[in-house]
Write a protein that binds this ligand. Sequence first.
Ligand SMILES: Nc1nc2c(c(=O)[nH]1)N[C@H]1C(S)=C(S)[C@@H](COP(=O)(O)O)O[C@H]1N2
Ligand SMILES: [Mo]
Length: 225
Amino acid sequence: MVLGMVGLGALGLALAPKLQSGFDAVLGAAASKDPTGLTGLLPGGGGFRYYSVASSVPERGPADYRLTIDGLVERPATYTLDALRALPQTRIVRDVQCVTGWRVPATPFEGVPLFRLLDAAGVRPEARAIRFTCFDGTYTESLTLPQARREDVMVALNMQDKPLSHAHGGPARLYAAPMYFYKSAKWLSGITLTPEVRPGYWEELGYDVDAWVGKSNGRDDAPTV
Ligand SMILES: Nc1nc2c(c(=O)[nH]1)N[C@H]1C(S)=C(S)[C@@H](COP(=O)(O)O)O[C@H]1N2
Ligand SMILES: [Mo]
C-alpha cells in the first residue's frame, strides 16, 4: 500500500530544513536510518528494527535525563530517571507490532503507568489529549486522555527485563501496548496536556491517530485489545 510513499515523503520532509547545511552528509545519514524500516534490523534485537526519524540522537542517562509534564495541569513536574524508577512499576507482556508488518512476540515492558504521572500532575478539566515530545528534537506523538489513562499505557524504563537501551529509546520511552508501535515514542522527554489532539509525526503523514492494532490503518483483522 502507501507505506513506501509515506516513508519517502517523510525523508523528504526531514531533509528539507537541513539541505543548506551539507546535502551529502545529511542524505547519507538519513538513508542509513531508513524511516520505512526496510533496513536497520537491530543486531541481537530479536526481530526489532531500529527506527529514528532523526539522523542522530544524543545519549541521555541518570545524570541528564529529564521528563517534563506540563500544559493543562495543576502541578507541572520534572522527573529524573531515579525519580521515575522510585515510583510503583507495572509490567506488561504483549506482542510488539509495527504498522509496516514486523512483529516481535511476547515482549516484556516495565515502567510507570502513565495515569499515575497524570494524577500526580492534576489534569485540568479542559484537557482532552496529550502531546508527547522527544529529546531527538523531531518525533512527536499523541493520545486522547482516555487512551492515556489505560492501564496498558506506560512510560517504559525496561524492555525484555533490561534497562531500555539507547537504540530502543532509552532511558525512557512511551509504551502504548494496544496500539501500533509508532505510538510508542522513543527518547521521551515531554508530556504536555492539550485542549485537543494534535497529530504526531507519522500521523501528519497519513497514519491513523487512533492506532489500535488490527483495527486501524486500513486493517480490520483482530479484536481491539
Ligand atoms: N523518537 C522516535 N520514536 C519512535 C520512532 C522514531 O522514529 N522516533 N519510530 C516509531 C516506530 S514507527 C516504531 S516501529 C518504533 C520502533 O522502535 P524500535 O526502534 O525500538 O524497534 O518506534 C516508534 N517510536
Ligand atoms: Mo513502526
